[in-house]
Design a protein around this ligand. Structure first.
Ligand code: BTN
Length: 261
Protein backbone atom coordinates (compact mmCIF):
# COMPACT_ATOMS: atom_id res chain seq x y z
CA UNK A 1 0.00 0.00 0.00
CA UNK A 2 1.26 3.48 -0.88
CA UNK A 3 1.64 5.83 2.11
CA UNK A 4 0.12 9.33 2.00
CA UNK A 5 2.23 11.90 0.18
CA UNK A 6 3.93 14.56 2.30
CA UNK A 7 4.70 18.18 1.45
CA UNK A 8 7.11 18.80 -1.39
CA UNK A 9 10.69 19.54 -0.23
CA UNK A 10 11.86 23.11 -0.85
CA UNK A 11 14.45 21.83 -3.37
CA UNK A 12 11.59 20.90 -5.72
CA UNK A 13 8.89 23.38 -4.61
CA UNK A 14 10.92 26.52 -5.34
CA UNK A 15 12.16 25.42 -8.78
CA UNK A 16 8.71 24.24 -9.88
CA UNK A 17 7.18 27.52 -8.66
CA UNK A 18 9.76 29.54 -10.62
CA UNK A 19 9.05 27.51 -13.77
CA UNK A 20 5.25 27.63 -13.29
CA UNK A 21 4.51 29.79 -16.36
CA UNK A 22 6.43 27.40 -18.63
CA UNK A 23 4.85 24.23 -17.30
CA UNK A 24 1.52 24.50 -19.15
CA UNK A 25 -0.79 21.68 -18.06
CA UNK A 26 2.05 19.90 -16.26
CA UNK A 27 2.57 19.91 -12.48
CA UNK A 28 -0.64 21.71 -11.50
CA UNK A 29 -0.56 19.04 -8.80
CA UNK A 30 2.59 17.35 -7.47
CA UNK A 31 2.71 14.42 -5.04
CA UNK A 32 5.96 13.74 -3.16
CA UNK A 33 6.78 10.46 -1.42
CA UNK A 34 9.92 9.66 0.58
CA UNK A 35 9.57 6.07 -0.69
CA UNK A 36 7.26 4.16 -3.04
CA UNK A 37 7.47 0.94 -5.03
CA UNK A 38 7.31 2.72 -8.39
CA UNK A 39 6.11 6.26 -9.12
CA UNK A 40 4.64 4.86 -12.36
CA UNK A 41 2.40 2.54 -10.35
CA UNK A 42 1.17 5.42 -8.18
CA UNK A 43 0.59 7.65 -11.22
CA UNK A 44 -1.16 4.85 -13.19
CA UNK A 45 -3.50 4.21 -10.25
CA UNK A 46 -4.32 7.93 -10.02
CA UNK A 47 -4.85 8.10 -13.81
CA UNK A 48 -7.33 5.21 -13.60
CA UNK A 49 -9.15 7.22 -10.95
CA UNK A 50 -9.59 10.05 -13.49
CA UNK A 51 -7.09 12.53 -12.08
CA UNK A 52 -6.57 15.56 -14.38
CA UNK A 53 -3.68 15.36 -16.79
CA UNK A 54 -0.48 16.99 -15.62
CA UNK A 55 -0.27 15.26 -12.23
CA UNK A 56 3.38 14.61 -11.29
CA UNK A 57 4.36 11.92 -8.78
CA UNK A 58 7.91 12.17 -7.37
CA UNK A 59 9.72 9.88 -4.93
CA UNK A 60 13.05 10.16 -3.13
CA UNK A 61 13.51 6.40 -3.41
CA UNK A 62 11.81 3.55 -5.28
CA UNK A 63 11.87 0.03 -3.93
CA UNK A 64 10.60 -1.50 -7.18
CA UNK A 65 11.64 1.02 -9.86
CA UNK A 66 10.94 -0.33 -13.33
CA UNK A 67 12.74 0.22 -16.61
CA UNK A 68 11.78 -0.65 -20.18
CA UNK A 69 11.53 -4.25 -21.35
CA UNK A 70 10.91 -5.66 -17.89
CA UNK A 71 14.19 -4.41 -16.44
CA UNK A 72 14.50 -2.88 -13.00
CA UNK A 73 15.57 0.74 -12.45
CA UNK A 74 18.02 1.28 -9.58
CA UNK A 75 16.54 4.07 -7.45
CA UNK A 76 18.77 4.72 -4.39
CA UNK A 77 17.53 7.31 -1.93
CA UNK A 78 18.23 10.91 -2.97
CA UNK A 79 20.59 9.84 -5.77
CA UNK A 80 18.26 10.40 -8.69
CA UNK A 81 15.08 11.94 -9.95
CA UNK A 82 12.21 9.45 -10.03
CA UNK A 83 9.12 11.15 -11.42
CA UNK A 84 5.99 10.17 -13.35
CA UNK A 85 3.70 12.47 -15.31
CA UNK A 86 0.08 11.66 -16.20
CA UNK A 87 -0.98 12.88 -19.66
CA UNK A 88 -4.14 12.32 -21.68
CA UNK A 89 -3.01 12.65 -25.31
CA UNK A 90 -5.18 12.11 -28.37
CA UNK A 91 -4.20 9.01 -30.40
CA UNK A 92 -2.31 11.22 -32.89
CA UNK A 93 -0.34 12.97 -30.16
CA UNK A 94 0.34 9.64 -28.40
CA UNK A 95 2.21 8.32 -31.48
CA UNK A 96 5.14 10.68 -30.92
CA UNK A 97 4.86 11.17 -27.18
CA UNK A 98 7.74 8.92 -26.12
CA UNK A 99 10.00 10.49 -28.74
CA UNK A 100 8.96 13.94 -27.48
CA UNK A 101 9.65 12.89 -23.89
CA UNK A 102 13.20 11.77 -24.75
CA UNK A 103 13.91 15.07 -26.50
CA UNK A 104 12.41 17.04 -23.60
CA UNK A 105 14.43 15.27 -20.91
CA UNK A 106 17.62 15.79 -22.91
CA UNK A 107 16.74 19.47 -23.39
CA UNK A 108 15.91 19.90 -19.70
CA UNK A 109 19.23 18.37 -18.65
CA UNK A 110 21.10 20.65 -21.06
CA UNK A 111 19.22 23.73 -19.81
CA UNK A 112 19.81 22.93 -16.13
CA UNK A 113 23.43 21.72 -16.36
CA UNK A 114 25.03 22.72 -19.67
CA UNK A 115 25.97 19.08 -20.32
CA UNK A 116 25.87 17.85 -23.90
CA UNK A 117 23.05 15.27 -23.98
CA UNK A 118 22.08 12.93 -26.81
CA UNK A 119 19.09 10.67 -27.36
CA UNK A 120 19.22 7.03 -28.29
CA UNK A 121 16.12 5.43 -29.79
CA UNK A 122 13.54 5.41 -28.53
CA UNK A 123 14.13 7.73 -25.59
CA UNK A 124 17.28 7.04 -23.60
CA UNK A 125 19.37 10.09 -22.77
CA UNK A 126 23.14 9.71 -23.00
CA UNK A 127 26.03 11.92 -21.93
CA UNK A 128 29.66 11.09 -22.82
CA UNK A 129 28.44 7.84 -24.42
CA UNK A 130 26.79 6.57 -21.24
CA UNK A 131 23.16 6.42 -20.20
CA UNK A 132 22.11 9.18 -17.83
CA UNK A 133 18.31 9.04 -18.04
CA UNK A 134 15.52 6.81 -19.27
CA UNK A 135 11.79 7.00 -19.78
CA UNK A 136 9.17 4.33 -19.24
CA UNK A 137 5.90 5.15 -21.01
CA UNK A 138 2.92 3.11 -19.86
CA UNK A 139 -0.69 3.66 -20.66
CA UNK A 140 -4.22 2.73 -21.45
CA UNK A 141 -6.78 4.19 -23.84
CA UNK A 142 -7.48 7.13 -21.53
CA UNK A 143 -3.97 8.10 -20.46
CA UNK A 144 -0.20 7.77 -20.78
CA UNK A 145 2.14 7.82 -17.78
CA UNK A 146 5.65 9.01 -18.58
CA UNK A 147 8.06 7.71 -15.95
CA UNK A 148 11.29 9.70 -15.94
CA UNK A 149 14.42 8.37 -14.24
CA UNK A 150 17.52 10.61 -14.14
CA UNK A 151 20.79 9.60 -12.45
CA UNK A 152 21.93 12.60 -10.44
CA UNK A 153 24.58 11.28 -8.05
CA UNK A 154 27.18 8.57 -8.67
CA UNK A 155 25.46 6.14 -6.29
CA UNK A 156 26.27 2.51 -5.68
CA UNK A 157 24.49 1.19 -8.76
CA UNK A 158 24.54 -2.54 -9.52
CA UNK A 159 27.77 -3.48 -11.37
CA UNK A 160 26.06 -4.03 -14.75
CA UNK A 161 24.42 -0.58 -14.52
CA UNK A 162 27.59 1.15 -13.32
CA UNK A 163 29.61 0.29 -16.46
CA UNK A 164 26.97 1.57 -18.86
CA UNK A 165 25.60 4.49 -16.86
CA UNK A 166 26.67 7.91 -15.72
CA UNK A 167 25.16 10.65 -13.56
CA UNK A 168 24.87 14.41 -13.76
CA UNK A 169 27.17 15.03 -10.80
CA UNK A 170 29.90 12.68 -11.97
CA UNK A 171 29.87 14.41 -15.37
CA UNK A 172 29.86 17.92 -13.90
CA UNK A 173 32.09 17.30 -10.90
CA UNK A 174 29.83 19.38 -8.66
CA UNK A 175 26.47 19.04 -6.91
CA UNK A 176 23.28 19.98 -8.75
CA UNK A 177 19.83 21.00 -7.64
CA UNK A 178 17.43 18.14 -8.44
CA UNK A 179 14.50 20.56 -8.41
CA UNK A 180 16.04 22.70 -11.13
CA UNK A 181 16.77 19.67 -13.32
CA UNK A 182 13.23 18.33 -12.95
CA UNK A 183 11.62 21.75 -13.50
CA UNK A 184 13.60 22.25 -16.74
CA UNK A 185 12.70 18.74 -17.97
CA UNK A 186 9.01 19.31 -17.25
CA UNK A 187 9.05 22.76 -18.88
CA UNK A 188 10.64 21.23 -22.00
CA UNK A 189 8.07 18.42 -21.92
CA UNK A 190 5.22 20.95 -21.70
CA UNK A 191 6.61 22.79 -24.69
CA UNK A 192 7.10 19.64 -26.83
CA UNK A 193 3.66 18.32 -25.77
CA UNK A 194 2.10 21.58 -26.94
CA UNK A 195 3.89 21.23 -30.28
CA UNK A 196 2.40 17.76 -30.75
CA UNK A 197 -1.06 19.04 -29.83
CA UNK A 198 -0.71 21.91 -32.31
CA UNK A 199 0.12 19.51 -35.16
CA UNK A 200 3.81 20.46 -35.16
CA UNK A 201 5.16 16.95 -34.60
CA UNK A 202 7.67 17.60 -37.36
CA UNK A 203 9.56 19.96 -35.01
CA UNK A 204 9.76 17.21 -32.39
CA UNK A 205 11.08 14.67 -34.90
CA UNK A 206 13.64 17.17 -36.23
CA UNK A 207 14.81 17.96 -32.70
CA UNK A 208 15.14 14.23 -31.95
CA UNK A 209 17.21 13.70 -35.13
CA UNK A 210 19.60 16.51 -34.17
CA UNK A 211 20.05 15.13 -30.65
CA UNK A 212 20.52 11.59 -32.01
CA UNK A 213 23.16 12.53 -34.59
CA UNK A 214 26.08 10.71 -32.86
CA UNK A 215 24.01 7.51 -32.69
CA UNK A 216 22.77 7.42 -36.27
CA UNK A 217 24.78 5.20 -38.61
CA UNK A 218 25.64 2.85 -35.74
CA UNK A 219 25.02 -0.89 -35.83
CA UNK A 220 22.04 -2.29 -33.94
CA UNK A 221 20.78 -5.82 -33.35
CA UNK A 222 17.41 -7.23 -32.41
CA UNK A 223 15.58 -10.54 -32.28
CA UNK A 224 13.06 -11.42 -34.97
CA UNK A 225 11.53 -14.80 -35.79
CA UNK A 226 13.85 -16.48 -33.28
CA UNK A 227 17.02 -15.07 -34.87
CA UNK A 228 19.38 -12.20 -34.14
CA UNK A 229 19.22 -9.61 -36.92
CA UNK A 230 21.61 -6.70 -37.39
CA UNK A 231 21.57 -3.49 -39.37
CA UNK A 232 22.58 0.16 -39.32
CA UNK A 233 20.32 2.65 -37.53
CA UNK A 234 19.65 5.28 -40.19
CA UNK A 235 17.03 7.59 -38.78
CA UNK A 236 13.52 7.74 -37.39
CA UNK A 237 10.48 8.22 -39.60
CA UNK A 238 7.75 10.78 -39.06
CA UNK A 239 5.94 8.41 -36.66
CA UNK A 240 9.03 7.87 -34.52
CA UNK A 241 9.80 4.34 -35.78
CA UNK A 242 13.50 3.44 -36.16
CA UNK A 243 14.61 3.00 -39.77
CA UNK A 244 17.31 0.35 -40.02
CA UNK A 245 19.38 -0.40 -43.14
CA UNK A 246 19.71 -4.13 -43.79
CA UNK A 247 21.08 -6.08 -46.76
CA UNK A 248 17.68 -6.32 -48.38
CA UNK A 249 16.82 -2.62 -47.99
CA UNK A 250 15.39 -0.88 -44.98
CA UNK A 251 13.25 -2.05 -42.06
CA UNK A 252 11.00 -0.06 -39.79
CA UNK A 253 11.15 -0.99 -36.10
CA UNK A 254 8.27 0.37 -34.10
CA UNK A 255 8.88 -1.08 -30.67
CA UNK A 256 10.73 -3.80 -28.84
CA UNK A 257 14.34 -4.36 -27.93
CA UNK A 258 17.10 -2.89 -30.06
CA UNK A 259 20.64 -3.32 -28.79
CA UNK A 260 23.14 -0.69 -29.88
CA UNK A 261 26.52 -2.25 -30.76
C1 BTN B 1 14.48 2.78 -18.98
O1 BTN B 1 14.54 1.55 -18.91
O2 BTN B 1 15.37 3.42 -19.57
C2 BTN B 1 13.33 3.52 -18.36
C3 BTN B 1 13.60 3.88 -16.93
C4 BTN B 1 12.45 4.62 -16.29
C5 BTN B 1 12.66 4.82 -14.80
C6 BTN B 1 11.61 5.71 -14.20
S1 BTN B 1 12.01 6.21 -12.56
C7 BTN B 1 10.42 6.89 -12.39
C8 BTN B 1 9.46 5.92 -13.04
N1 BTN B 1 9.07 4.88 -12.11
C9 BTN B 1 9.51 3.69 -12.50
O3 BTN B 1 9.33 2.62 -11.87
N2 BTN B 1 10.17 3.78 -13.63
C10 BTN B 1 10.21 5.14 -14.12
Amino acid sequence: MTPDPISLPEEFASSLALARERLGVIAHRVLWYPEVGSTNDVACAMAERKVDEGLVVIADRQTAGRGRLGRSWASPVGAGIYASVVLRPSPTVATLLTIAAGVAVAEGIVAATGLSAHVKWPNDVHVSGRKLAGILAEGAVSHVVLGIGINVQPAAYPADVAVRATSIESELGRPVDRGLVLAECLAALASRYRELQDGRGRFVVDAWRKRAAPMLGRRVEWEAAGETQTGLAENIDDDGALIVKVNAGTLRIRSGEVRWL
